[in-house]
Design a binder for this molecule. Structure first.
Ligand SMILES: NC(=O)c1ccc[n+]([C@@H]2O[C@H](COP(=O)([O-])OP(=O)(O)OC[C@H]3O[C@@H](n4cnc5c(N)ncnc54)[C@H](OP(=O)(O)O)[C@@H]3O)[C@@H](O)[C@H]2O)c1
Length: 346
């Protein structure tokens, strides 16, 4: 199998390709025994969550495996891939204890407490539920599901199993966007502009495959909508237009205008057709305009949002506390993505 991301160009895509860029059940009610497999021993000072990884995905090797390896409360136990050689390569590079025969064997491993799922988007629901059936907590890549209904079902499964689930929206853990949003508190926001675009030149990539959950809105539009909602809350009105690739039938550029209670508006835009473009610009009624460069991607700048994210998730497992990014918020984000799709007619 070819490397899906041969020496990625700096500043393409989700930041991870840029080495110098610049970010939670629901413990919840009605949980039954949250640890069908014995929990890692919390309170001993050296407790570490045992992680399993489903798929030798690019983002795993680029960002999340190094983050878990460097984390203060996790260890990499097992990985599987459809291509054992790719799994072996990642295991060697990141000191993963074992390569399992397949995803099910990762889930069957008693030393695995939590799994990280970086599979193509249409497999997130299935493997999250299979992980819960095996008694494992799940950190799942964004977008959590293909649509809000899938995300709701995943949240219900999490609550039923009494196991944690969080969407891997790493930028929400980075101190820089956190400080930016905090700095807007109390200000009267009139308009927000949020963009994330890059050129997806590989037509074989899953991003250009509709059935695998491709399209710019699911891939990077989820960030632009998340930022708008983080600052302004839930939109009342959603208008949108998209450009659909005539062969792949995925949206390659989508723009939307959101209107919020009180009158503020947000323009969000995502694309596979542009050069690297990430912006978060906020116009306020008092002192004008605030802008955050490269809002959505960062990697050891020196903060590593991936490490902050996996440590937060492992803390929730070890301490029995709710995850930091609540599933209600993830579902609300997916609902806006659904409304954008509906408004744009794809
Ligand atoms: N948070 C971030 O910064 C960030 C950045 C990029 C991507 N992501 C997310 O991470 C996930 C993976 O993205 P990626 O760019 O790393 O993709 P990728 O390298 O193509 O990895 C996707 C994985 O899905 C599995 N897969 C199963 N069926 C497949 C199929 N028919 N075609 C291709 N792969 C298939 C493969 O696992 P095997 O190893 O078993 O073959 C592959 O390793 C997506 O959900 C994406 O939204 C997040």
């Amino acid at each position: 199998m070819r490397d899906p991301h041969p020496s990625p160009p700096p500043q393409a895509g989700e930041g991870m390709r840029d080495p110098h860029p610049s970010p939670p059940p629901h413990a919840g009610e009605g949980m039954r025994d949250p640890h069908p497999s014995p929990p890692p021993q919390a309170g001993e000072g050296s407790a570490r969550v045992g992680w399993g990884v489903l798929g030798a995905a690019w983002i795993a090797g680029r960002a999340v495996l190094p983050a878990i390896a460097a984390s203060r409360n996790g260890r990499l136990v097992s990985i599987a891939s459809r291509d054992a050689e790719r799994a072996r390569k990642l295991a060697g590079e990141h000191s993963i204890e074992r390569v399992a025969a397949d995803y099910d064997a990762v889930l069957a491993d008693p030393d695995v407490d939590a799994v990280y799922i970086p599979l193509v988007n249409n497999l997130h629901l299935e493997w999250t539920e299979r992980a819960f059936a095996a008694g494992k907590h799940v950190l799942c890549e964004k977008p959590l599901g293909m649509n809000a209904r899938e995300a709701e079902r995943m949240a219900e499964s999490s609550a039923r199993a009494g196991l944690l689930l969080m969407e891997a929206f790493m930028y929400r853990f980075h101190p820089r966007p956190r400080a930016f949003v905090e700095g807007l508190r109390g200000k009267d926001v009139l308009h927000l502009h949020s963009t994330f675009g890059f050129r997806e030149a590989d037509r074989a990539n899953y991003r250009m495959r509709r059935e695998l959950g491709g399209g710019a809105l699911l891939d990077v539009g989820c960030y632009t909508v998340n930022a708008a909602r983080w600052i302004l809350g839930e939109p009342e009105v959603v208008l949108a237009q998209a450009t659909i690739d005539p062969e792949a039938h995925v949206d390659v550029s989508t723009g939307a205008l959101l209107k919020f209670a009180g009158g503020a508006t947000a323009s969000v835009w995502c694309s596979f057709e542009s050069g690297e473009d990430q912006r978060l610009i906020v116009v306020t009624s008092d002192d004008g305009t605030s802008a955050l460069g490269r809002p959505f991607s960062a990697w050891r700048d020196p903060d590593d949002p991936y490490q902050l994210m996996v440590e937060s998730f492992a803390d929730s497992i070890l301490e029995g506390t709710p995850v930091e990014l609540p599933l209600d918020d993830t579902i609300a984000n997916m609902r806006v993505l659904d409304r954008i799709r509906e408004a744009a007619g794809f």
